[in-house]
Design a protein around this ligand. Structure first.
Ligand code: RIB
Length: 312
């Protein structure tokens, strides 16, 4: 019997990434020269939507683009990846979301975000789309849309019994817009875990302390993304497991976290046990850092399955 196609709903941001590559990132007040400007589809929500689609999910995106030159291209780009864009709305007199990104030779990046139309995604935009949630297997959320919209999506998903994966990215400057206990899986990276728990995460021991702290704050399952160290999962029974990843040549870390979270969501929607889902997610995130750009770096199902075998 053919495996069931997981149905993923993404509520989130859609950006155009304006990217330059430099030997190193500039210091405040400094001007550095770069060769070329790359215009690449991005945005944490849209990246997760594309990643989930490439992993074989049926994906519905709820978001907004502006009525500028980027809007139609971003929408068409999502559609060309097989993402359902019926609920990607166009906001009049507004720019699309833009991320100004510098990527240095080490693969690390720095990002400045102009929210544009993402900032106009309202709770009503979500609440009017109950039908989309009715058949969903998982909801993927991030924090590049207004907090009240994230809260509305969580409330609707809970009402419909849809599991929620919240990527608390970019790192919140205050508390989460929703109660941590209302989310099924929280997927912070090291910076986000520190912002939420107050625990600096530089190694596995600290990651464990941060995950426990997040659990004490109400988070049910925490999957902490640790870059080259893989990931640490902490489940609702207080079980903690480290999943290592393979060493790769890092080209660009942009959107690796999005690849990870999307893959985790897809695997959970397919009913995989959490440790197996985290391994699948680690494989997706690790593959993404070996490629330049956000959406172009998202790996396919075949690539992730093949790479996962190295992580056993
Ligand atoms: O997570 C990576 C994304 O963050 C980029 O694509 C950029 O658009 C910012 O939203």
């Amino acid at each position: 019997m053919a495996a069931k196609v997981p149905r993923v709903v993404v509520v989130g941001s859609i950006n155009v990434d304006l990217v330059v590559r430099l030997a190193r990132l500039p210091r405040p007040g400094e001007t550095l020269a770069a060769d070329e400007l790359h215009t690449i589809p991005g945005g944490k929500g849209a990246n997760q939507a594309v990643a989930a689609a490439r992993l074989g999910a049926a994906v519905q995106m709820i978001g907004r683009v502006g009525d500028d030159a980027f809007g139609p291209r971003l929408r068409a780009g999502l559609a060309s990846e097989g993402v359902n864009t019926d609920n990607v709305m166009v906001t009049a007199d507004c720019s699309s979301g833009v991320a100004l990104i510098g990527v240095e030779a080490s693969g690390e990046n720095a990002i400045i975000l102009a929210a544009g139309a993402n900032g106009r995604l309202t709770p009503d935009d979500v609440l009017q789309r109950q039908e989309v949630f009715r058949t969903a297997d998982v909801l993927l959320l991030q924090l590049e849309t207004p907090p009240e919209t994230v809260a509305a999506a969580v409330a609707l998903a809970r009402k419909q019994g849809v599991p929620i994966v919240l990527d608390p990215a970019p790192a919140p400057t205050g508390p989460l817009p929703v109660a941590a206990a209302d989310v099924d899986i929280l997927t912070p990276n090291q910076t986000e875990a520190e912002a939420l728990s107050g625990v600096v995460v530089d190694d596995l021991a600290q990651a464990r302390i941060a995950a426990e702290a997040l659990h004490c704050l109400g988070a049910r399952k925490v999957v902490l993304k640790l870059g080259a160290l893989g990931a640490l999962l902490y489940d609702d029974q207080g079980r903690c497991e480290h999943v290592a990843t393979a060493e790769v040549k890092v080209v660009d870390t942009t959107a690796a976290g999005d690849a990870f979270t999307a893959a985790l969501g897809v695997a959970v929607a397919e009913g995989k046990p959490l440790p197996e889902a985290v391994r699948f997610a680690c494989a997706a995130g690790t593959l993404a850092v070996t490629r330049f750009g956000a959406q172009p770096a998202m790996p396919t199902r075949a690539e992730v399955e093949q790479f996962s075998t190295q992580l056993r």
